[in-house]
Design a protein. Structure first.
Length: 207
């Protein structure tokens, strides 16, 4: 069954959807390679973001998570890093993946998904809509003497259905160091703070 562009199967596995998506975007790699010489690196990466990554990661917070199998993650990484290698003419794989992210100023698949989840969760909490998701997330907060409200995000389910719940995917929120709850942050400022939290290419190099 296909719902809003995402394939579901009887076993509630995302494998068919991921494999279908990867097959579709592997074909586009040939087109990207052909046009790469006509643009600067920055122009090419902007095209890749608009015409490739934006579609590749459509609804990724739904189908990409901690339960995604290693073989599927490996395939996702292959399709993710290929345009970066094309942009740098690194056809012999001399650069490591962290180097690719640093030079191209791009996030890894897991970083992108964590960023997207955190951004949506913060908007849901602060805008109090959609109301049914706001109510679910509100139930995860508790109070202490030092802090009035703290998020308590953790996976409490063993079944596949339970792990698809929003509050079970938000362990990444523990990485956020800035105050985000009920704080009036404009969209641009919020995105910058979250990118500085999750994107490794923006983090200082370890000594």
């Amino acid at each position: 069954m296909k719902v809003l562009g995402v394939k579901l199967n009887y076993y509630l596995s995302w494998s068919p959807h991921i494999k279908n998506t990867l097959q579709k975007y592997r074909r586009k790699l040939g087109i990207l390679k052909k046009i790469s010489n006509r643009f600067t690196k920055e122009q090419f990466l902007n095209i890749a973001m608009a015409q490739y990554y934006s579609h590749l990661y459509y609804c990724a917070p739904v189908w990409y998570n901690d339960t995604t199998s290693y073989p599927l993650k490996r395939l996702i990484n292959t399709v993710h890093y290929r345009p970066l290698r094309i942009s740098l003419k690194d056809h012999r794989y001399r650069l490591s993946r962290p180097q690719l992210l640093k030079i191209c100023k791009r996030a890894s698949p897991s970083e992108w998904v964590k960023y997207s989840l955190a951004l949506r969760a913060i908007k849901i909490m602060n805008n109090k809509e959609p109301h049914y998701l706001f109510s679910i997330l509100q139930e995860t907060f508790y109070s202490t003497r030092r802090r009035p409200r703290i998020g308590n995000f953790y996976d409490t389910f063993n079944g596949k259905i339970g792990r698809q719940k929003l509050n079970c995917k938000l362990k990444c929120m523990d990485s956020i160091k800035f105050d985000w709850l009920e704080v009036d942050l404009n969209d641009n400022r919020l995105r910058i703070l979250l990118k500085n939290t999750f994107f490794s290419y923006l983090l200082p190099d370890e000594v």
